[in-house]
Design a protein around this ligand. Structure first.
Ligand code: PGA
Length: 220
């Protein structure tokens, strides 16, 4: 059976004490999380709390991801966190999120470089596109369709539209696992995960509430 990906993008939130509170709440459901079948849960916290999440989930079925990585290998790139460093803590990385494209000027060329670095060190990129004609770098297996109008607005795309966009993206490579992201909640998650062509969800705002994120996992 294909995996169903449920990704929490915590964005630029949580200091250490807030991360501890999130974990404390989330881990109340530890037993339930052991029986989630084909669901692959991926939590993407900030770099500053990543070690804390890692110490909690190392060796469990909960996977970790990061929200960014350097397009360069290790070396003289002040301020960057590179794929080799990330690999100690995480198996996934979000690449091409619209917030990075728009606020930090990330270009298709930079995203190709980031993808290459992730793959070099065995980190799986979750590559975000905002429509079905964005270029997708070679080696990508997971693509997240995230229309701008749906991000953080409470105004999700329709499952029907997500299905059609996913079908268009899959004309480039039918092996892509396509996720949907944009205002996913515990209430609407199953309308996406039950849709043809959609293999999971990327959750922003709703994942900041651990109880809501648990509901998303269970309802997906
Ligand atoms: P949202 O964000 O769930 O808050 O809309 C999704 C995302 O940006 O990945």
């Amino acid at each position: 059976m294909d995996r169903l990906f449920i990704v929490a993008n915590l964005k630029s939130n949580q200091n250490l004490s807030e991360a501890n509170l999130w974990l404390e709440e989330f881990l109340k459901y530890k037993d339930k999380l052991q029986n989630i079948g084909n669901k692959e849960i991926i939590i993407c916290p900030s770099f500053t709390t990543l070690f804390r999440f890692n110490s909690e989930f190392l060796g469990t079925n909960i996977k970790l991801g990061v929200q960014n990585l350097s397009p360069f290998d290790q070396g003289a790139y002040t301020g960057e966190v590179n794929a080799k460093q990330i690999k100690d803590f995480a198996d996934y990385v979000i690449v091409g999120h619209s917030e990075r494209r728009n606020n930090f000027g990330e270009t298709d060329l930079m995203l190709a470089g980031k993808t290459k670095m992730a793959l070099k060190y065995g980190i799986t990129p979750i590559f975000c596109v905002q429509n079905d004609d964005s270029p997708i770098p070679e080696g990508i297996e997971i693509v997240a369709y995230e229309p701008i109008f749906a991000i953080g607005t409470g105004n999700p795309d329709t499952p029907e539209d997500a299905k059609n966009v996913a079908a268009n993206i899959m004309t480039k490579d039918k092996k892509y696992a396509i996720l949907y992201g944009g205002s996913v909640t515990a209430e609407n998650v199953s309308s996406f995960t039950k849709t043809e062509n959609i293999k999971g969800v990327l959750v922003g705002g709703a994942s900041l509430d651990p109880n809501e994120f648990i509901k998303i996992i269970l309802n997906a």
